[in-house]
Design a protein around this ligand. Structure first.
Ligand SMILES: [Zn+2]
Ligand SMILES: [Zn+2]
Ligand SMILES: [Zn+2]
Length: 702
């Protein structure tokens, strides 16, 4: 393997030297270096002179740990003494860059002032690439502190990009460094506003965009550029919105064949539309709905509802349920049969969301005020009947069905009282008794914990005792949760992270569920508009290149959306400017122009992303940049693993499949493999057990 010469047996010499005071290399040695051509050879000589172990191995890096102070002082003295000698300082910095793959060594080097020693290399012709290579390596391997320090040198990088606009390697390394460093700064939860302003993010984005559109831009450059833009969408949305060419490029990215690029573009659109967006109608007043039912829907809306089936529409069910609820209560006032009342209410609860409303047996008191009357039942307010009915259902010799209904009543009571944690805890207990009641998972899906909710509703969708309302509610929650989580993962993922595959798995899961939602949800379903918005943006990202330029595939969805919007308005709810609505509108607005004006960029990116050979991914340096040596780390001696490639792993459907439960299709990063075959993955033992009947035929050790 090419590279610095391996050390032979005389190991102890380094330790022996540590007792003496570190001194710079002698002039005679430097003269020797002056005669050498090529960076590889220079680094070889320096490694020998400093008696460094083989840094391609973990064991070698460990030896450097042990003697770091001694080794560093000697190198530093040499760097200072020969600071005008490009070969010496370039070679030394290259060796430091190599040490930076190790987090501990990197932090120590940065602490010793590494960055100030790299920057002078930028203005020397022969060392410029080594300096840039070092910055890209150091920032790639990370540490927020280091990235912030290097971000402060962004103006220097931009100046060099300006001076060498057509040098692909310089641009690649500069953009990579900027993406790692500035990307980290602007993606921070607690954005350092002063620093962001000082960095002049719009100018940075503009210059990176120009580099991304160069006909010789490399895959690494493009990939890092996209990653920077995605990060920027977190906090610098205004800057990004103010750059129309950047938005067009993002829209064009939806047509690129690589799915990770498309999903990144989607995540960007969703993020920049977060500020200024409105919350969905969270609290739905069922009385408004009742009024709307009585006002009658306009003809074209009635047609749409008839096409679906009037009796299955949400408003119809609501009207019918309200009547049934009244009747059941009145009957109970006469017969005092809480068991029958409980059974009826349990049936109403799983029929529609607003099944049980506040109310009571009303009468006027002596002062002429309305109040709830005591009719000899253990409750006055109707909603208080739920726990009493549940208790009666559990008394005596309850059947399993009695117990299911009692649990449904208790859970609904907690939900009505907005005691969601109690509802969830009760549902979790109920699932242990009977895992086939979908309503129990629905209840867990009401919780604020998105991951927990997603996991629960994905299981609930497989449960056998279910109703259309419970099912499409769970689908809504699954789509929105998986969508939100996927977008967050993609925006936080850095080059090389598995979060890319994970994030895409979440988005694909969300798109899968939109189809089932459309199959069972009525046109007046409360969340219809939200789901159509998700469907459109997810389809643009996941199916991008397959779609026709005029998007005629999406026409049925646009129709659904139009009807949903009119129904919302008829009911009297404002049609809110939600984040998803704004994202859909922006993406559709940009789509035609982006695919027309950016054909050559899309074709060029496709070629970049399709190329399988690594040489095509990066620009081969015109000079010997030591890139290969910096990359070269042997994994064979210990478990230690250093990821040195600054490139996103290519995503394919198989790698995405690793993040989906084989049984319930829940997307998750924490699945467990079947120990029998090691091929399929599950959320937990329950999913594995449910799938076993189907899986046992194919479960064989590989
Ligand atoms: Zn990188
Ligand atoms: Zn599962
Ligand atoms: Zn198996």
């Amino acid at each position: 393997m090419p590279g610095p010469r391996r050390k032979t047996k005389n190991k102890p010499s380094a330790t022996a030297a540590s007792s003496s005071l570190a001194v710079a290399l002698p002039d005679a040695f430097v003269e020797e270096i002056d005669d050498v051509q090529g960076w590889r050879e220079i680094v070889n000589l320096l490694c020998d002179a400093f008696k460094l172990p083989d840094m391609s191995r973990r064991s070698g890096l460990k030896k450097i740990h042990a003697n770091f102070s001694e080794i560093y002082r000697k190198m530093d003295k040499t760097y200072t003494k020969y600071s005008g000698n490009e070969k010496v300082v370039g070679g030394i910095v290259a060796i430091w860059a190599k040490m930076c793959v190790d987090a501990v060594l990197r932090n120590r080097l940065v602490h010793e002032g590494l960055i100030d020693k790299i920057m002078p290399l930028m203005d020397m012709r022969s060392t410029r690439l080594i300096g840039l290579e070092t910055l890209a390596t150091v920032t790639h391997h990370g540490g927020l502190e280091v990235r912030i320090e290097i971000a402060k040198h962004t103006p220097t990088l931009l100046r060099i990009m300006d001076e060498f606009p057509d040098h692909p390697k310089i641009n690649e390394l500069a953009v990579s460094t900027i993406s790692h460093s500035v990307g980290s700064v602007i993606n921070e939860e607690h954005l350092d506003k002063a620093l962001a302003r000082k960095l002049d993010v719009p100018a940075v984005l503009k210059q990176v965009l120009d580099a991304m559109r160069k006909p010789n831009a490399s895959l690494i450059l493009v990939d890092h550029g996209i990653s920077l833009v995605t990060s920027g969408c977190q906090h610098c949305h205004q800057e990004i919105k103010a750059l129309p060419p950047l938005l067009s490029l993002l829209a064009a990215c939806l047509r690129v064949s690589d799915i990770s690029v498309r999903c990144n573009a989607l995540a960007s659109f969703i993020r920049i539309n977060s500020p200024g967006s409105e919350e969905e109608n969270r609290f739905f007043d069922p009385r408004k709905l009742m009024d709307a039912v009585q006002r009658r829907f306009p003809g074209h809306l009635v047609d749409a509802m008839m096409d679906f089936g009037m009796l299955r529409c949400e408003t119809t069910l609501l009207g019918k349920t309200a009547g049934d609820y009244q009747t059941a209560m009145m009957k109970c006032a006469q017969d005092h049969d809480l068991r029958t009342l409980g059974k009826t209410l349990a049936g109403l609860i799983v029929r529609t969301e607003f099944s049980i409303s506040e109310g009571g047996f009303q009468s006027y008191n002596d002062r002429g005020q309305m109040e709830f009357m005591d009719v000899g039942l253990p409750f006055k307010a109707w909603t208080d009947s739920l726990p009493h009915c549940a208790k009666v259902l559990r008394d005596g010799n309850p059947t399993p069905l009695d117990l299911d209904m009692a649990d449904i009543l208790d859970i609904k009571f907690y939900i009505l009282r907005q005691r969601i944690p109690d509802a969830i805890a009760h549902a979790q207990g109920a699932i242990k008794r009977n895992p086939q009641v979908a309503y129990f998972y629905y209840a867990i899906g009401l919780g604020a914990d998105t991951a927990q909710a997603l996991r629960a509703v994905k299981k609930g969708l497989k449960a056998k005792q279910t109703t259309p309302f419970v099912k499409y509610y769970m689908l809504w929650r699954a789509i929105v949760s998986a969508g939100d989580m996927g977008v967050t993962m993609l925006a936080n993922a850095r080059a090389g992270d598995q979060e890319y595959s994970e994030g895409i798995a979440f988005l694909m899961s969300a798109l899968d569920d939109t189809k089932d939602f459309f199959d069972i949800a009525p046109p007046d379903a409360r969340h219809m508009a939200t789901i159509v918005n998700w469907f459109v943006v997810l389809t643009l990202a996941i199916k991008g290149p397959e779609l026709s330029p005029d998007l005629k595939e999406l026409e049925p969805a646009f129709k659904k959306l139009e009807i949903a919007r009119r129904i919302t308005e008829h009911i009297g709810f404002p049609y809110k400017k939600t984040q998803m609505r704004l994202s859909r509108e922006m993406m559709l607005r940009l789509w035609p122009k982006a695919i027309k004006d950016f054909v050559s960029t899309i074709t060029y990116y496709d070629a970049l992303y399709d190329s399988s050979s690594k040489e095509q991914q990066s620009v081969a340096g015109a000079e010997d940049t030591l890139a290969a040596w910096l990359d070269e780390i042997s994994h064979d001696d210990e478990d230690g693993h250093y990821d040195t490639h600054c490139i996103h792993p290519r995503i394919n459907s198989n790698s995405v499949e690793l993040y989906r439960c084989t049984y319930c299709r829940n997307p998750s990063a924490a699945l467990r493999k079947c120990s029998g075959c090691g091929k399929v993955r599950y959320c937990d033992g329950a999913c594995q057990k449910s799938h076993w009947f189907e899986h046992k035929a194919t479960c064989k050790p590989a």
